[in-house]
Design a protein around this ligand. Structure first.
Ligand code: GLP
Length: 272
């Protein structure tokens, strides 16, 4: 059986459906760890959000248990809120340190997020895109999905060719993220996000979605027409995307039987 790791050309969106969120998270952690095992100097694209917290916990547990080192890994996060300094409790910088970086053997100098408090956010966005290119591009991009189909902070109407830039957040996204802030009014209106074009330039993508709230966005992403109205559909143009779902997030997919036939219980198939 071939692995689902980086560097394996597949030319399809691979949909792996697991019975529970826990199993989906474990499967996703396995794919990330395989990538690091295969290439200890991997450049990982990382994501934030509630979905990723149990995934990072699992990654840390297995990193410790299986002795897989992140010492040579480089990371680039998808996005950061404009206006928040790295030590702000709601900044993605802060999230990443607490959720992952402080708990593994990664070299902090090799971890990257856009600076939300940069004096010139436009220049910061351009420099971030160049830093990704200078690192040789992203080997494996981890992604969650917003309820409106955004990835990173690429909100609807993002160009499918977009690169790292500033995006205005939609009301829906601000409301979804408001519980982390004191109020909706305190929730940032802008973010720096890597673009859909930046994501499509990565060598492989791993999308993880759990829970019924994501079912509609997941169905659009996997089976809908490619459109900037649902930015995640851009991933259909990427040659190596794996989507890991729990059963609740898979509810609105039309071809569930097919995905389960090809990948019973989320296993790899004979041809990857
Ligand atoms: C934010 C992040 C996205 C993430 C999304 C969903 O908008 N910028 O990268 O995918 O939230 O997050 P959650 O997992 O909390 O639903």
């Amino acid at each position: 059986m071939r692995t689902l790791g980086i560097g394996v050309e597949r030319n399809e969106v691979k949909v792996l459906i697991l019975d529970t969120a826990e199993a989906a998270i474990d499967r996703s952690a396995g794919i990330l760890l395989d990538a690091v095992r295969q290439k200890p100097t991997a450049v990982l694209g990382l994501a934030t959000g509630a979905t990723m917290l149990p995934l990072y916990d699992k990654l840390i547990a297995r990193h410790l248990a299986e002795g897989i080192s992140f010492a040579q890994v480089t990371t680039f996060n998808l996005d950061e809120y404009i206006g928040l300094a790295p030590d702000h409790v709601c900044a993605y910088h802060h999230y990443m340190r607490k959720a992952l970086f402080d708990r593994i053997d990664i070299d902090m100098r090799c971890t990257h997020l856009p600076r939300g408090d940069a004096p010139d956010p436009v220049a910061e966005a351009e420099a971030y895109e160049q830093r990704i290119a200078a690192a040789g591009g992203i080997d494996l991009q981890l992604l969650g999905i917003g309820r409106n189909g955004h990835i990173g902070f690429n909100e609807p109407t993002s160009s499918l060719a977009s690169r790292t830039r500033i995006k205005t957040l939609t009301d829906d996204t601000r409301r979804a993220n408001a519980p982390y802030f004191d109020s909706l009014d305190d929730t940032p209106r802008f973010a720096i996000t890597i673009g859909l074009g930046t994501i499509l330039a990565s060598k492989a993508c791993l999308m993880v979605a759990t829970g019924a709230a994501k079912a509609q966005a997941v169905a659009m992403m996997v089976e809908g027409s490619i459109s900037s109205a649902c930015p995640a559909t851009a991933l259909q143009m990427h040659p190596q995307v794996t989507v890991v779902l729990d059963r609740a997030a898979a509810t609105d997919l039309t071809l569930v039987n097919y995905y389960e036939h090809v990948h019973p219980k989320g296993a790899g198939s004979e041809y990857g």
